[in-house]
Design a protein around this ligand. Structure first.
Ligand code: ZN
Length: 124
């Protein structure tokens, strides 16, 4: 068995560190967390606005509150987490290839654009 390289461990370690950070720190009360530059510049919400608050709520077991901060998290988060998992599990590689195909990525992009428009039109 090959020994994992330091580089292959960095991304999962960063993911775990970010998870611990967003579990422990409420983004509403910390000015030093990343603020959305698009929102600050334009006053409009980007597709990710509310994701930090939503992630904090989700990691603390408040699913409904998480979806309230950014409903697109309910689509995007499972998609990205599954892609991360499927990239590392050989048996899931065919599904990973389908979910990262051009048509799947175009669909994801269109859903993101639709969400972006809907949230700014309806003030979500
Ligand atoms: Zn934003």
């Amino acid at each position: 068995m090959r020994k994992p390289s330091l580089r292959s461990l960095l991304f999962p370690a960063a993911l775990v560190a970010a998870g611990i950070l967003y579990y422990a720190v409420d983004p509403r009360s910390k000015f030093w967390l990343i603020q959305c530059p698009f929102h600050r510049l334009t006053g409009y919400a980007c597709p990710s606005c509310g994701a930090q608050r939503g992630l904090h709520a989700l990691l603390n077991g408040r699913f409904v509150e998480a979806v309230g901060h950014n409903p697109f998290l309910a689509v995007a988060l499972p998609y990205w987490l599954f892609l991360l998992l499927a990239a590392r599990v050989p048996r899931l590689r065919p599904l990973h290839q389908r979910l990262t195909s051009r048509s799947a990525l175009v669909l994801y992009g269109l859903l993101t654009l639709a969400w972006w428009m809907v949230r700014n039109v309806y003030g979500w």
